[in-house]
Unconditional design. Sequence first.
Length: 252
Amino acid sequence: MADEQNSETIVEHLAELRRRLIYVALVFTFVLVAAFFVVRPIYQYLTINSITGVEIKLNAFSFWDGVGVYMKISMVVAFGITLPFTLYQIWAFVSPGLRPKERKATLRYIPYVFLCFLIGIAFGYFVVFPLAMKFTGGLNKELGLIETYGMADYFKFLMNLVFPISLLFELPLVILFLTQLRILNPGLLRKMRRVAYFILVVISVMVTPADLFSAFLVLIPLIILYEISVLISSRVHKKQVAADAKRAEEYS
């Protein structure tokens, strides 16, 4: 009897998860289609605005380059817009297992996900991307190479830099959410500091060109983000410990 009830509960959870995933897929598809028709100003800004200091002329090397670039930009726009909705669906799925205070606390931080995503994109585009373009452009000139950029390669290079950085800027919110769920705590984060720093160094080297200055410039905000995450986790953990102690006194 207990096994049958557990089976029914698992089936119900899977059905609810499936329903919420369908909601996310429908919203993402709708926003993706809508973004495809309004992506032109974004494309013009990314190609005309010369923040890199490197003069480039984009070329199409296949009939589908234009469509592919528009789709990539549309997907990033759709991802950013649907990100808060996706997290809300995740929160709604796990919220029955949370206490009322934890539900309210985690729900409040969902709007900040979009804000951190925008800050990450801005940092990647206005700081990291110009450094990368100047470094690669300068190296090409030293080698006497003629720079002929395909539009598909240009946007691939741009998004491979900017998009991972925008996701890394979600680190404080992710750690905050996991602390609320009591999966992480500040003690564990401090013990993992050396490993975390090493991982951040690897990430900063991977998303920047092969010069130490650019990698260092990216590494600094990542370390700051990690330390902010530790402070946030510590603050939340102290409140949880105080609440547990108060609850223990009431029932003792």
